[in-house]
Design a protein around this ligand. Structure first.
Ligand code: FAD
Length: 335
Protein backbone atom coordinates (compact mmCIF):
# COMPACT_ATOMS: atom_id res chain seq x y z
CA UNK A 1 0.00 0.00 0.00
CA UNK A 2 1.22 3.53 -0.82
CA UNK A 3 1.21 6.16 1.89
CA UNK A 4 -1.10 9.06 0.99
CA UNK A 5 0.12 11.31 3.81
CA UNK A 6 3.08 11.76 6.14
CA UNK A 7 0.78 11.35 9.13
CA UNK A 8 1.79 9.36 12.18
CA UNK A 9 -1.04 7.36 13.72
CA UNK A 10 -1.37 6.16 17.28
CA UNK A 11 -3.95 3.48 18.01
CA UNK A 12 -5.59 4.50 21.29
CA UNK A 13 -7.04 1.26 22.61
CA UNK A 14 -10.18 1.57 24.72
CA UNK A 15 -11.46 -0.22 27.79
CA UNK A 16 -14.91 -1.77 27.78
CA UNK A 17 -16.34 1.42 29.28
CA UNK A 18 -14.99 3.37 26.30
CA UNK A 19 -12.21 5.16 28.19
CA UNK A 20 -8.66 5.15 26.79
CA UNK A 21 -6.07 2.64 27.97
CA UNK A 22 -3.07 4.42 29.42
CA UNK A 23 -0.60 3.16 26.82
CA UNK A 24 -2.39 4.85 23.90
CA UNK A 25 -2.18 8.22 25.65
CA UNK A 26 1.48 7.58 26.54
CA UNK A 27 2.27 6.91 22.87
CA UNK A 28 0.85 10.27 21.79
CA UNK A 29 3.84 11.85 23.53
CA UNK A 30 6.62 10.40 21.30
CA UNK A 31 4.08 10.38 18.44
CA UNK A 32 4.03 14.19 18.47
CA UNK A 33 7.78 14.44 17.94
CA UNK A 34 7.81 11.70 15.31
CA UNK A 35 4.91 13.25 13.39
CA UNK A 36 6.71 16.58 13.36
CA UNK A 37 9.94 14.97 12.16
CA UNK A 38 7.92 13.14 9.49
CA UNK A 39 6.25 16.46 8.48
CA UNK A 40 2.83 15.02 9.15
CA UNK A 41 -0.04 15.23 11.62
CA UNK A 42 -0.37 13.20 14.79
CA UNK A 43 -3.59 11.21 14.43
CA UNK A 44 -5.18 9.26 17.28
CA UNK A 45 -7.33 6.34 16.14
CA UNK A 46 -10.06 5.26 18.53
CA UNK A 47 -12.24 2.19 18.06
CA UNK A 48 -14.78 1.12 20.67
CA UNK A 49 -18.21 1.97 22.01
CA UNK A 50 -19.10 5.18 23.91
CA UNK A 51 -15.65 6.55 23.24
CA UNK A 52 -16.18 10.28 23.89
CA UNK A 53 -14.00 10.29 27.01
CA UNK A 54 -11.15 8.59 25.11
CA UNK A 55 -11.39 11.16 22.30
CA UNK A 56 -11.32 14.00 24.83
CA UNK A 57 -8.26 12.54 26.52
CA UNK A 58 -6.45 12.07 23.20
CA UNK A 59 -7.26 15.67 22.30
CA UNK A 60 -5.86 16.91 25.60
CA UNK A 61 -2.63 15.01 25.00
CA UNK A 62 -1.64 16.53 21.71
CA UNK A 63 -3.48 14.73 18.87
CA UNK A 64 -3.95 16.95 15.79
CA UNK A 65 -6.73 14.79 14.45
CA UNK A 66 -8.83 12.00 15.96
CA UNK A 67 -10.47 9.27 13.92
CA UNK A 68 -13.32 7.61 15.80
CA UNK A 69 -15.13 4.40 14.97
CA UNK A 70 -17.86 3.89 17.58
CA UNK A 71 -20.38 1.05 17.38
CA UNK A 72 -21.66 -1.84 19.55
CA UNK A 73 -19.59 -4.50 17.76
CA UNK A 74 -16.44 -2.77 19.06
CA UNK A 75 -17.55 -2.89 22.70
CA UNK A 76 -15.15 -5.77 23.34
CA UNK A 77 -12.02 -6.41 21.35
CA UNK A 78 -12.25 -9.07 18.65
CA UNK A 79 -9.55 -9.67 16.07
CA UNK A 80 -11.96 -9.57 13.13
CA UNK A 81 -13.94 -6.45 14.02
CA UNK A 82 -10.89 -4.37 14.93
CA UNK A 83 -8.73 -5.55 12.03
CA UNK A 84 -11.52 -4.85 9.53
CA UNK A 85 -12.20 -1.37 10.90
CA UNK A 86 -8.55 -0.36 11.12
CA UNK A 87 -7.80 -1.77 7.69
CA UNK A 88 -10.66 0.29 6.20
CA UNK A 89 -9.31 3.44 7.86
CA UNK A 90 -5.76 2.81 6.65
CA UNK A 91 -6.97 2.14 3.11
CA UNK A 92 -8.89 5.40 3.10
CA UNK A 93 -6.33 7.71 4.71
CA UNK A 94 -2.98 6.05 3.90
CA UNK A 95 -0.87 7.01 6.95
CA UNK A 96 2.91 6.72 6.78
CA UNK A 97 3.31 5.03 10.18
CA UNK A 98 1.37 3.71 13.12
CA UNK A 99 2.14 2.74 16.73
CA UNK A 100 0.03 0.30 18.70
CA UNK A 101 0.40 -0.36 22.44
CA UNK A 102 1.84 -3.83 23.10
CA UNK A 103 -1.08 -4.92 25.28
CA UNK A 104 -2.57 -8.39 24.84
CA UNK A 105 -5.00 -6.99 22.27
CA UNK A 106 -2.36 -4.82 20.58
CA UNK A 107 -0.08 -7.82 20.23
CA UNK A 108 -2.92 -9.62 18.49
CA UNK A 109 -4.04 -6.71 16.31
CA UNK A 110 -0.61 -5.50 15.10
CA UNK A 111 0.59 -8.67 13.35
CA UNK A 112 -2.89 -9.39 11.95
CA UNK A 113 -3.07 -5.94 10.42
CA UNK A 114 0.52 -6.06 9.13
CA UNK A 115 -0.22 -9.31 7.36
CA UNK A 116 -3.36 -7.96 5.71
CA UNK A 117 -1.52 -4.78 4.65
CA UNK A 118 1.51 -6.80 3.48
CA UNK A 119 3.81 -4.57 5.48
CA UNK A 120 6.28 -5.18 8.31
CA UNK A 121 5.76 -4.91 12.04
CA UNK A 122 8.39 -4.29 14.70
CA UNK A 123 7.06 -5.76 17.93
CA UNK A 124 7.74 -4.66 21.50
CA UNK A 125 9.78 -1.54 20.76
CA UNK A 126 11.46 0.35 23.55
CA UNK A 127 12.67 3.42 21.61
CA UNK A 128 11.71 5.23 18.41
CA UNK A 129 13.10 7.92 16.15
CA UNK A 130 13.15 8.97 12.52
CA UNK A 131 16.23 7.77 10.63
CA UNK A 132 17.76 11.00 9.31
CA UNK A 133 19.21 9.50 6.17
CA UNK A 134 16.17 7.61 4.87
CA UNK A 135 13.30 9.34 6.69
CA UNK A 136 11.98 5.95 7.82
CA UNK A 137 10.89 5.28 11.38
CA UNK A 138 13.80 3.73 13.31
CA UNK A 139 12.16 1.20 15.65
CA UNK A 140 14.45 -0.06 18.44
CA UNK A 141 13.80 -3.26 20.38
CA UNK A 142 15.83 -5.81 22.37
CA UNK A 143 17.23 -8.70 20.32
CA UNK A 144 19.25 -11.85 21.03
CA UNK A 145 17.78 -12.38 24.47
CA UNK A 146 18.12 -8.71 25.32
CA UNK A 147 21.89 -8.65 24.91
CA UNK A 148 21.65 -6.34 21.90
CA UNK A 149 19.36 -3.50 20.95
CA UNK A 150 18.36 -3.76 17.28
CA UNK A 151 17.15 -0.75 15.29
CA UNK A 152 14.86 -1.84 12.49
CA UNK A 153 13.61 0.10 9.42
CA UNK A 154 10.76 -0.78 7.09
CA UNK A 155 11.89 1.03 3.92
CA UNK A 156 9.76 -0.56 1.19
CA UNK A 157 6.26 -0.94 2.60
CA UNK A 158 3.69 1.37 4.10
CA UNK A 159 2.42 1.95 6.66
CA UNK A 160 5.36 1.32 8.96
CA UNK A 161 3.91 -0.50 11.96
CA UNK A 162 5.23 -1.14 15.44
CA UNK A 163 3.99 -2.12 18.87
CA UNK A 164 5.39 -0.37 21.93
CA UNK A 165 5.21 -1.61 25.49
CA UNK A 166 3.11 0.15 28.11
CA UNK A 167 5.20 2.21 30.51
CA UNK A 168 8.08 2.89 28.10
CA UNK A 169 6.93 6.48 27.52
CA UNK A 170 5.31 8.90 29.90
CA UNK A 171 2.11 10.80 29.16
CA UNK A 172 2.60 14.44 28.21
CA UNK A 173 1.06 17.09 30.44
CA UNK A 174 -2.47 17.86 29.22
CA UNK A 175 -2.78 21.01 27.12
CA UNK A 176 -5.55 22.99 25.38
CA UNK A 177 -7.01 20.68 22.74
CA UNK A 178 -6.88 21.64 19.07
CA UNK A 179 -7.81 18.32 17.46
CA UNK A 180 -10.32 17.86 14.71
CA UNK A 181 -12.53 14.85 15.48
CA UNK A 182 -13.65 12.80 12.48
CA UNK A 183 -16.28 10.12 13.04
CA UNK A 184 -16.18 7.28 10.55
CA UNK A 185 -19.30 5.19 10.10
CA UNK A 186 -17.62 1.80 9.75
CA UNK A 187 -19.70 -1.22 10.67
CA UNK A 188 -18.59 -4.85 10.74
CA UNK A 189 -21.47 -7.33 10.29
CA UNK A 190 -21.76 -10.07 12.91
CA UNK A 191 -21.23 -12.67 10.16
CA UNK A 192 -17.66 -11.31 9.67
CA UNK A 193 -16.76 -11.67 13.36
CA UNK A 194 -15.79 -15.26 13.93
CA UNK A 195 -15.36 -15.09 17.69
CA UNK A 196 -17.82 -14.05 20.34
CA UNK A 197 -16.97 -13.13 23.90
CA UNK A 198 -19.54 -15.00 25.97
CA UNK A 199 -18.31 -13.87 29.34
CA UNK A 200 -15.25 -13.04 31.36
CA UNK A 201 -13.88 -15.31 34.06
CA UNK A 202 -11.52 -14.06 36.73
CA UNK A 203 -8.03 -15.53 36.48
CA UNK A 204 -7.41 -18.52 38.66
CA UNK A 205 -5.17 -17.40 41.45
CA UNK A 206 -6.27 -13.92 40.55
CA UNK A 207 -4.10 -11.17 41.91
CA UNK A 208 -4.79 -7.68 40.84
CA UNK A 209 -1.21 -6.65 40.12
CA UNK A 210 -1.15 -3.23 38.51
CA UNK A 211 2.59 -2.87 38.13
CA UNK A 212 2.37 -0.63 35.08
CA UNK A 213 0.17 1.86 36.94
CA UNK A 214 2.07 1.74 40.27
CA UNK A 215 3.98 4.83 41.38
CA UNK A 216 6.13 2.81 43.79
CA UNK A 217 7.40 -0.73 43.23
CA UNK A 218 9.43 -2.85 45.62
CA UNK A 219 10.88 -5.86 43.77
CA UNK A 220 12.51 -9.01 45.03
CA UNK A 221 14.96 -11.26 43.21
CA UNK A 222 16.78 -14.52 43.78
CA UNK A 223 18.38 -12.84 46.81
CA UNK A 224 15.13 -13.18 48.78
CA UNK A 225 15.92 -16.90 48.91
CA UNK A 226 12.41 -18.39 48.74
CA UNK A 227 8.69 -17.56 48.71
CA UNK A 228 8.77 -16.55 52.37
CA UNK A 229 11.55 -14.06 51.50
CA UNK A 230 8.92 -11.93 49.77
CA UNK A 231 7.32 -11.15 53.16
CA UNK A 232 9.68 -8.23 53.98
CA UNK A 233 9.43 -7.04 50.36
CA UNK A 234 5.64 -7.06 50.63
CA UNK A 235 5.77 -5.31 54.01
CA UNK A 236 7.86 -2.47 52.61
CA UNK A 237 5.60 -2.18 49.55
CA UNK A 238 2.55 -1.96 51.82
CA UNK A 239 4.17 0.64 54.06
CA UNK A 240 4.91 2.76 50.98
CA UNK A 241 1.54 2.11 49.31
CA UNK A 242 3.30 0.43 46.40
CA UNK A 243 3.19 -2.81 44.42
CA UNK A 244 5.42 -5.88 44.57
CA UNK A 245 7.61 -6.73 41.57
CA UNK A 246 10.02 -9.59 40.97
CA UNK A 247 12.90 -10.69 38.80
CA UNK A 248 12.50 -13.63 36.46
CA UNK A 249 14.76 -15.75 38.64
CA UNK A 250 12.25 -15.44 41.50
CA UNK A 251 9.31 -16.12 39.16
CA UNK A 252 10.99 -19.11 37.50
CA UNK A 253 11.73 -20.55 40.92
CA UNK A 254 7.97 -20.47 41.59
CA UNK A 255 8.29 -18.06 44.53
CA UNK A 256 5.84 -15.53 43.06
CA UNK A 257 3.53 -15.42 40.04
CA UNK A 258 4.52 -14.18 36.59
CA UNK A 259 2.08 -11.27 36.97
CA UNK A 260 4.78 -9.65 39.16
CA UNK A 261 7.70 -10.10 36.75
CA UNK A 262 9.51 -6.97 35.62
CA UNK A 263 11.76 -7.05 32.59
CA UNK A 264 12.07 -8.01 29.00
CA UNK A 265 9.72 -10.98 29.26
CA UNK A 266 7.70 -9.41 32.06
CA UNK A 267 6.28 -5.93 32.45
CA UNK A 268 7.89 -2.62 31.58
CA UNK A 269 7.44 -0.22 34.44
CA UNK A 270 8.34 3.41 35.05
CA UNK A 271 7.31 4.23 38.62
CA UNK A 272 8.47 7.25 40.58
CA UNK A 273 10.38 4.92 42.90
CA UNK A 274 11.74 1.42 42.18
CA UNK A 275 13.40 -0.49 45.01
CA UNK A 276 15.32 -3.58 43.82
CA UNK A 277 16.02 -6.05 46.64
CA UNK A 278 18.40 -8.95 46.03
CA UNK A 279 18.35 -8.36 42.26
CA UNK A 280 21.69 -8.40 40.44
CA UNK A 281 20.66 -6.10 37.57
CA UNK A 282 20.81 -8.36 34.49
CA UNK A 283 20.22 -6.49 31.24
CA UNK A 284 16.87 -8.23 30.76
CA UNK A 285 15.68 -6.96 34.14
CA UNK A 286 16.97 -3.44 33.47
CA UNK A 287 15.05 -3.43 30.16
CA UNK A 288 11.85 -3.38 32.20
CA UNK A 289 12.63 -0.81 34.88
CA UNK A 290 15.42 1.55 33.89
CA UNK A 291 12.87 4.25 33.00
CA UNK A 292 11.94 4.58 36.71
CA UNK A 293 12.44 8.09 38.11
CA UNK A 294 14.43 7.00 41.18
CA UNK A 295 16.04 3.57 41.58
CA UNK A 296 17.17 2.24 44.94
CA UNK A 297 19.18 -1.00 45.05
CA UNK A 298 19.69 -3.19 48.11
CA UNK A 299 22.25 -5.91 47.48
CA UNK A 300 24.98 -7.55 49.53
CA UNK A 301 27.38 -7.63 46.57
CA UNK A 302 28.94 -4.17 46.06
CA UNK A 303 29.90 -5.20 42.50
CA UNK A 304 26.32 -6.06 41.47
CA UNK A 305 25.50 -4.31 38.16
CA UNK A 306 22.22 -2.98 39.59
CA UNK A 307 24.34 -0.34 41.37
CA UNK A 308 25.36 1.06 37.94
CA UNK A 309 21.79 2.20 37.30
CA UNK A 310 20.77 2.93 40.91
CA UNK A 311 20.40 6.49 42.19
CA UNK A 312 20.82 5.21 45.74
CA UNK A 313 22.54 1.97 46.71
CA UNK A 314 22.61 0.11 50.00
CA UNK A 315 25.22 -2.64 50.29
CA UNK A 316 23.97 -5.16 52.81
CA UNK A 317 21.62 -7.97 53.69
CA UNK A 318 18.06 -7.26 52.60
CA UNK A 319 16.71 -9.22 55.57
CA UNK A 320 18.35 -6.70 57.91
CA UNK A 321 17.70 -3.58 55.86
CA UNK A 322 14.07 -4.05 54.76
CA UNK A 323 12.55 -4.41 58.28
CA UNK A 324 14.48 -1.32 59.45
CA UNK A 325 13.34 0.67 56.44
CA UNK A 326 9.74 -0.49 56.82
CA UNK A 327 9.71 0.39 60.53
CA UNK A 328 11.11 3.89 59.80
CA UNK A 329 8.50 4.50 57.11
CA UNK A 330 5.67 3.29 59.34
CA UNK A 331 6.98 5.54 62.13
CA UNK A 332 7.15 8.62 59.90
CA UNK A 333 3.65 7.89 58.54
CA UNK A 334 2.29 7.64 62.09
CA UNK A 335 3.79 11.01 63.11
P1 FAD B 1 20.65 -13.19 40.42
O1 FAD B 1 21.29 -12.69 39.19
O2 FAD B 1 21.02 -14.52 40.92
O3 FAD B 1 20.97 -12.10 41.55
C1 FAD B 1 20.63 -12.26 42.90
C2 FAD B 1 21.25 -11.10 43.64
O4 FAD B 1 20.83 -11.13 44.99
C3 FAD B 1 22.78 -11.11 43.64
O5 FAD B 1 23.26 -9.89 43.11
C4 FAD B 1 23.14 -11.27 45.12
O6 FAD B 1 24.29 -10.53 45.49
C5 FAD B 1 21.90 -10.70 45.80
N1 FAD B 1 21.64 -11.24 47.14
C6 FAD B 1 21.65 -12.53 47.55
N2 FAD B 1 21.29 -12.63 48.84
C7 FAD B 1 21.06 -11.37 49.27
C8 FAD B 1 20.66 -10.80 50.51
N3 FAD B 1 20.39 -11.56 51.58
N4 FAD B 1 20.56 -9.44 50.61
C9 FAD B 1 20.81 -8.65 49.55
N5 FAD B 1 21.20 -9.13 48.35
C10 FAD B 1 21.31 -10.47 48.21
N6 FAD B 1 15.12 -11.40 34.14
C11 FAD B 1 14.21 -10.54 34.67
O7 FAD B 1 14.32 -10.15 35.84
N7 FAD B 1 13.12 -10.17 33.94
C12 FAD B 1 12.91 -10.58 32.66
O8 FAD B 1 11.89 -10.20 32.07
C13 FAD B 1 13.87 -11.43 32.06
N8 FAD B 1 13.74 -11.85 30.79
C14 FAD B 1 14.71 -12.63 30.23
C15 FAD B 1 14.62 -12.97 28.89
C16 FAD B 1 15.61 -13.74 28.31
C17 FAD B 1 15.49 -14.09 26.86
C18 FAD B 1 16.71 -14.17 29.07
C19 FAD B 1 17.80 -14.98 28.44
C20 FAD B 1 16.81 -13.84 30.41
C21 FAD B 1 15.80 -13.07 31.01
N9 FAD B 1 15.86 -12.73 32.36
C22 FAD B 1 14.97 -11.85 32.87
C23 FAD B 1 16.84 -13.35 33.29
C24 FAD B 1 18.03 -12.49 33.59
O9 FAD B 1 19.04 -12.73 32.62
C25 FAD B 1 18.60 -12.85 34.99
O10 FAD B 1 18.89 -14.23 35.03
C26 FAD B 1 17.66 -12.54 36.14
O11 FAD B 1 17.20 -11.20 36.03
C27 FAD B 1 18.40 -12.70 37.45
O12 FAD B 1 17.52 -12.49 38.52
P2 FAD B 1 18.08 -11.98 39.92
O13 FAD B 1 18.78 -10.69 39.74
O14 FAD B 1 16.95 -12.05 40.86
O15 FAD B 1 19.08 -13.16 40.32
Amino acid sequence: MQAKTNDFWVFVETNEDGTAKKVGIELLNPGKTLAQKQNGKLVAVIIGEHTDAAAEEAAAHGADEILVVDAPEFHQYTTDAYTNALYALIEKYGPASMMIGATNNGRDLGPRLACRLKTGLVADCTALDIDEESGNVAWTRPAFGGNLMATILCPDHRPQLGTVRPGVFKKSEPSAPHAQIIREDIRVPASDIRTQVLGLTAYLNSENVDLEGAEIIVSGGRGVGGPEGFAPVQALAEALGGAVGASRAAVDAGWISHAHQVGQTGKTVAPKLYIACGISGAIQHLAGMSGSDVIVAINKDPEAPIFDVADYGVVGDLFEILPLLTAEIQKSRAE
